[in-house]
Design a binder for this molecule. Structure first.
Ligand code: SAM
Ligand code: SF4
Ligand code: F3S
Length: 458
């Protein structure tokens, strides 16, 4: 286990932190995917260990930390907008410490850009340097103007206890990094190669969460299906799921994301058969055109993808599928896009996550010629969303009159109503008491929407 915060470092930090005689307060915000949110929870844990209390309002904070995302240009623009807003607080309170970390902060060119254009950022560290954050904070206290470390990709940060944001849903990373180099994607460059956590560490963490009453365990990785490939034992993700399924307790197991090229029959059978695994698979397809898939380096064809879908549905006709789709990949033709629409009709997803292609510096696709206009990309996106609304409304009919087991997540926007997800990840709304939040309930479906179903508590 890594010694993240040796006693001597903690003592030195606290001599600066408590010099004013008050307890310092930190605000942490994570942009991007659930893996980043999970990193953010570990950073919150480190800050608490150092002596900070956590706040949800950055106006009150002595330390503001933004855990950034680089997956699309829009994520980066959002961060720069927020940095502009924070400048005012920095002017009013010169002791305020501003920290950037995460995927964007792992890019050398971003670190340089921040240093020259946002000189009021005090500390910057990459995804590989999370455990070195306390040391950077000390360097800042000791007078370093811009303490930064974008490091190498060896950091697994075992031993950092997360300060979880949610009381009954917990994310547990099973692996870090990605080996796939899809040509559009920045993730392998900012998160490094795949590193799987040791199975006993994962199982111990899940066991403790269940003992503390957690009801949903979300296992995370950029491609959980390749879990274990880098370990010297023969463990697989299917095996890991089976071990977790055996832990006593009433909870649901979910996971993100699964690369179709690594969806083995063993894994599919495990998902279909194990009791606590939601009967749902998030299987990002990205495009319904074989030519685009080849140029994306996805390493499967639509035929192979549909074989997986058909296998799951032949064993369980209700099986729920969701996906990610990119619209407007360089030179995506009308025919390519028609392939995506056909695939969405054929698979009948319960939900899709759609993105307009965003050029990422340093990726292979950034070198590809792209003649499609922005208007055309937006038009295609509109068509895709319209189609999905039709498909989902029709497909949700299978639930009408049936009773679903739902984990109640919180209050819905409708007064007196609650919202949750059934075991297959379907969003369910119903009227009920707030005391049900965090429990499993049975709801009989009475009405269908294009994004959810609604029903009556049984
Ligand atoms: N590892 C996951 C997988 O392959 O399924 C995906 C992780 S990525 C953080 C989430 C989604 O962002 C991808 O599935 C893809 O649809 C989208 N994405 C990634 N790079 C993108 C880009 N350059 N432009 C638009 N969307 C992108
Ligand atoms: Fe990006 Fe592809 Fe890796 Fe997913 S599998 S993180 S899309 S490179
Ligand atoms: Fe996630 Fe964004 Fe990084 S999607 S892995 S936080 S680039």
């Amino acid at each position: 286990m890594q010694m993240v915060l040796p006693e001597s470092l903690q003592t030195q930090l606290q001599s600066y932190l408590f010099a004013q005689g008050t307890t310092p307060c930190a605000y942490v915000h994570s942009f991007g995917c659930q893996l980043n949110v999970s990193d953010g929870e570990r950073i919150r844990g480190v800050l608490q260990q150092i002596g900070y209390t956590l706040t949800n309002h950055y106006e009150d904070a002595d330390l503001i930390l933004f855990n950034t995302c680089a997956v699309r240009g829009s994520a980066e623009d959002r961060l720069y907008g927020v940095l502009g807003n924070v400048k005012r607080y920095k002017r009013e309170n010169p002791n305020l410490i501003l920290v950037l970390c995460g995927c964007m902060a792992s890019e050398t060119h971003t670190a340089e850009f921040v240093r020259t254009h946002y000189p009021y950022v005090d500390i910057l560290f990459g995804t590989a340097s999370l455990s070195r954050f306390p040391k950077l904070l000390l360097e800042h206290f000791q007078g370093e103007k811009f303490a930064f470390d974008i490091g190498e990709y060896d950091d697994m940060y075992e031993g950092l206890s997360p300060s979880r944001e949610h009381p009954f849903q917990a994310s547990v990373p099973v692996m870090f990094g990605c080996n796939n180099f899809c040509t559009y994607c920045i993730v392998p460059y900012v998160r490094g190669r795949e590193r799987s956590r040791k199975p006993d560490q994962i199982i111990r963490e899940v066991r403790e969460l269940i003992q503390h009453g957690y009801k949903e365990i979300m296992l995370l990785g950029q491609n959980v299906n390749s879990y274990g490939n880098d370990l010297d034992t023969s463990v697989t993700f299917a095996w890991l799921l089976q071990q977790i399924d055996e832990i006593p307790g009433d909870f649901v197991i979910r996971f993100l994301s699964s690369h179709p090229k690594d969806a083995t029959p063993d894994l599919l059978d495990t998902i279909l058969n194990e009791k606590k695994i939601g009967k749902h698979l998030h299987l990002p397809v990205q495009s319904g055109s074989d030519d685009v898939l080849r140029r994306m380096n996805r390493q499967y064809t639509t035929k192979k993808y549909l074989e997986i879908v058909d296998y799951l549905r032949s064993r369980n006709s209700d099986f729920s599928l969701t996906t990610d789709l990119i619209v407007g990949f360089p030179n995506e033709t009308e025919i390519d896009f028609a392939g995506t629409l056909d695939l969405v009709r054929r698979v009948k997803y319960d939900n899709i996550y759609t993105f307009i292609y965003s050029k990422r510096r340093g990726t292979k696709a950034a070198e590809m010629e792209d003649k499609i206009s922005s208007k055309e990309k937006h038009d295609r996106m509109e068509q895709l969303l319209l189609l999905q609304r039709e498909v989902a409304t029709e497909h949700y009919r299978r639930f009408l009159g049936r009773t679903l087991r739902v984990l109640v997540e919180g209050k819905s926007k409708r007064d007196g109503w609650l919202i949750g997800k059934d075991l297959a990840f379907i969003i369910v709304e119903f009227s009920g008491e707030e005391s049900l939040i965090g429990t499993f309930v049975d709801v009989k479906v009475t009405k269908i929407h294009n994004w959810a179903v609604e029903g009556e508590l049984q």
